[in-house]
Design a protein around this ligand. Structure first.
Ligand SMILES: [Zn+2]
Length: 460
């Protein structure tokens, strides 16, 4: 694949080639329309807007909108759903802005605690909007009509992940949905017949596929024919050593993407080096540019490198629009021009982690992803697999922060104390936190085909 893109190589030439000014004008016009629509059609939003003292008619500029505090989060979404179930007999929530019969797709985000949220519920209009936004993301990642996708996500039937495959059909792409719960041996056998050239799964599933394929056939997975990897759901693509290993194994290109609650359409690009996720639909959704400080919750200025919690606001959404919705994700935004030359008006994003995963080691705040970045910078002396061991309930940790790490296959056990010291020193140098590395055998942490856990909760 080429690593620079031309203007002809975007999915939607009309919306993706707008200048920044034009895009901002459209965004403001659509924002005002969406706010008025929510106020008119949902008691929930009327109440929310009144509570913080703003009327949609008051919002004349982007800056005025940014001053409005967050209005909703996941817990409130659940409460809203419970109330609509009690009062109106449907689970979509009090923030539903249309008749419930208009919802034609209802996917949940599952979740292990509490009521599942139906955040991926769409009317026909919203479904078209979803397919449009996501097609732009996939096109940027190099997907083209005629591709054949092996689609392997856990529980791909009811879970929101399954909604990611509908844009493929919209783009004219064949999708083999086998689900990650299918034994990998079966998947290898079946795909031998259909010859997919794209894999969509989590990075852990791709790792499992490499191992099983090579065990079953005694041949490298690069002969499998998969040259495009759209792997997401776990970190990895941003870590050069992990990315290099995966791309070399398949002899292909790894791209990732992020769409949350049917919003925030963003994906990585053809650039050789990972550049984060491009926002490709400023006309459909606001996310990365409505940042608040992770502690004070006040709006922060958008500059190259700004870090904060992103608030989601829908544009052009009919059924379940989100306004100033707190996802609890911490992101970093890049406003400079990308190496790939993407001509669109959106900025780039790096996802830094869940706010709820943040730890405080003797008062110093640190995200697990930062710990993992330090560990993986030691590959191949470590395998990259690791767990943060929690001996007390987070977020406050009495130092040292314990980290279990698999040593690399080529490393002698006698070298481990020295390696531990190097890792601990690097962690302290970068983040001023004290850590204690506990080494385990390569593969001792196991490989899973679904999301790899970051923590070992020993206090439970
Ligand atoms: Zn780019």
């Amino acid at each position: 694949m080429k690593d620079r893109i031309s203007k002809k190589e975007v999915w939607n030439e009309k919306m993706e080639l707008l200048s920044r000014d034009e895009a901002e004008k459209i965004r403001l016009r659509r924002l005002r329309k969406q706010l008025k629509y929510c106020y008119k059609n949902s008691e929930f939003y009327r109440h929310k807007f009144d509570e913080v003292g703003f009327h949609p008619e008051d919002i004349k500029t982007w800056e005025e909108f940014r001053k409005i505090p967050p209005l909703m989060d996941k817990e409130e979404e659940r409460q809203s759903q419970k109330e609509s179930l009690d009062r109106f007999g449907h689970p979509f929530g009090m923030h539903l802005c249309c008749r419930p019969e208009k919802i034609i797709i209802a996917k949940t985000t599952g979740g292990t605690t509490g009521m599942p949220t139906f955040s991926y519920s769409f009317t026909q209009h919203d479904f078209d909007r979803w397919n449009e936004g996501t097609a732009r993301v996939f096109w940027l990642a190099g997907m083209r009509p005629g591709d054949r996708v092996l689609f392997c996500f856990p529980l791909s039937g009811g879970w929101a992940g399954s909604i990611v495959k509908t844009p493929l059909h919209y783009m004219g792409i064949l999708c083999l949905d086998l689900g990650a719960e299918t034994p990998v041996e079966k998947i290898v056998e079946y795909t031998g017949l259909l010859r997919p050239n794209v894999l969509m799964s989590t990075p852990s599933f791709a790792e499992a596929l490499i191992e099983t394929y090579e065990k079953m056939t005694q041949r490298p997975v690069s002969e499998f024919g998969i040259k495009k990897l759209l792997l997401t759901g776990e970190p990895g693509v941003g870590i050069p050593s992990i990315r290099k290993r995966m791309e070399e194994a398949f002899d292909g290109k790894w791209n990732d993407y992020l769409m949350i609650n049917g919003e925030g359409f963003s994906g990585s690009c053809p650039a050789e080096e990972y550049q984060g996720l491009h926002e490709v639909a400023l006309d459909l959704s606001i996310w990365a540019e409505d940042l608040i400080d992770i502690d004070t919750k006040k709006p922060i200025d958008i500059k190259n490198g700004s870090i904060g919690e992103g608030l989601i606001t829908s544009l052009e959404r009919e059924g379940l629009p989100l306004i100033k919705y707190r996802l609890g994700d911490v992101i970093q935004i890049f406003t400079d021009c990308c190496k790939c030359g993407y001509p669109g008006p959106g900025y780039r994003i790096k996802h830094l982690g869940r706010l709820s995963d943040r730890l405080f080691v003797e008062g110093v705040s640190v995200f697990p992803i930062a710990v993992r970045d330090v560990i993986t910078s030691f590959i191949p002396r470590v395998t990259g697999a690791m767990r943060i061991v929690l001996t007390e309930p987070p977020p406050n940790i009495t130092p040292p922060l314990k980290v279990k790490v698999e040593w690399g296959r080529e490393v002698e056990e006698s070298q481990l104390p020295r390696l531990a010291k190097e890792i601990e020193d690097r962690m302290f140098g970068l983040y001023r936190i004290r850590t204690e590395i506990e080494f385990v055998h390569p593969e001792a942490l196991g490989r899973v085909t679904k999301k790899t856990p970051m923590f070992e909760e020993r206090y439970r």
